[in-house]
Write a protein that binds this ligand. Structure first.
Ligand code: ALA
Length: 279
């Protein structure tokens, strides 16, 4: 029997609680103090003041939560296998505390550990890393942390791809319309091979094609916030570096339950009704 969505939810919270993270309830879907968005579109949205340097009311510099989100930017993708109008985002947060090494190692451990995590097959993981541009250098540090993890765990093949800011920078830049103000930085995304048939020696072009065909699905994004953006432009470095994580809950459930679509998981289907939808 695969894990239920409730078990996955509880495991995520427990994993980070055991690593000294304070557990937060989801903030309301409609932001309380952020006029820039109609809905919370990511786990980081309600935490922006703390990512910018204000002390969190809990007094903690490590947080974990599962945030309710509506991502209006994804509206054209709604209805495919992996995008929902409303979704939940699992997140662990470092407010000026740990950075790349711990964040990446914990992501890998939670994804693959059979005891404390989800027990996913590491041979089906693919990673993207920021390739660098005029604002920030190629993220070699992140790539070398991943290489070390794969080597230590005997995960074979080439599975790290360097991509540009549209894919590996938060928030992704949409030319001319990006008026985002807030904390920003490069990210590393984790994808899972839904088919179990992909070859880890794929060229970048082959990998991008597999992504386009939804053979891989993004299941986790670690953002390494180091900069401050104002009206879409990087204006300074953050005083304290942060980690912002986003892991789509419904997608993770689909991957763990071996389903191609989030709509076939127990988040949307009765667990005793086979493939019949609830409504
Ligand atoms: N803020 C990042 C995202 O939503 C983690 O993907």
């Amino acid at each position: 029997m695969p894990m239920t969505s409730t078990e996955i939810r509880n495991k995520f919270i427990a994993f980070f609680k055991n690593r000294d993270h304070t557990v937060l309830a989801s903030a309301p879907l409609v932001p309380e103090n952020d006029p820039t968005v109609l809905f919370n579109t990511a786990g980081m949205q309600p935490l922006v003041p703390y990512l910018m340097g204000r002390e969190h009311p809990s007094g903690s510099r490590r947080l974990v939560d599962i945030q309710k989100c509506v991502r209006t930017g994804d509206i054209d993708d709604i209805g495919d296998n992996t995008h929902a109008t409303f979704f939940e985002m699992m997140g662990n947060w470092s407010l000026g505390d740990y950075f790349k090494f711990e964040a990446i190692n914990w992501s890998y451990e939670f994804l693959t550990s059979k005891e404390e995590g989800l027990g996913l097959d590491p041979q089906r993981l693919y990673i993207t890393v920021f390739e660098g541009d005029e604002n920030a250098p190629k993220d070699e540090e992140t790539a070398s942390i991943w290489r070390e993890i794969f080597e230590k765990n005997k995960v074979t093949g080439e599975r790290i791809y360097f991509l540009g800011k549209d894919a590996n920078w938060w928030p992704a830049v949409k030319k001319d319309t990006d008026a985002w103000s807030g904390p920003t930085g490069p990210c590393t995304e984790m994808f899972y091979d839904l088919t179990g048939e992909l070859n880890s020696g794929m060229t970048k072009e082959e990998y991008l094609k597999a992504d386009e065909q939804q053979k891989v699905v993004e299941i986790w994004n670690n953002v390494f916030m180091e900069y401050v953006k104002e009206n879409g432009k990087i204006i300074s470095k953050l005083e304290k570096k942060n980690v912002d994580t986003g892991s789509g809950f419904e997608r993770m459930v689909a991957v763990v339950q071996g389903k191609e679509s989030i709509f076939d998981t127990d988040v949307f289907c009765r667990i005793d009704a086979g493939d019949k939808r609830k409504i």
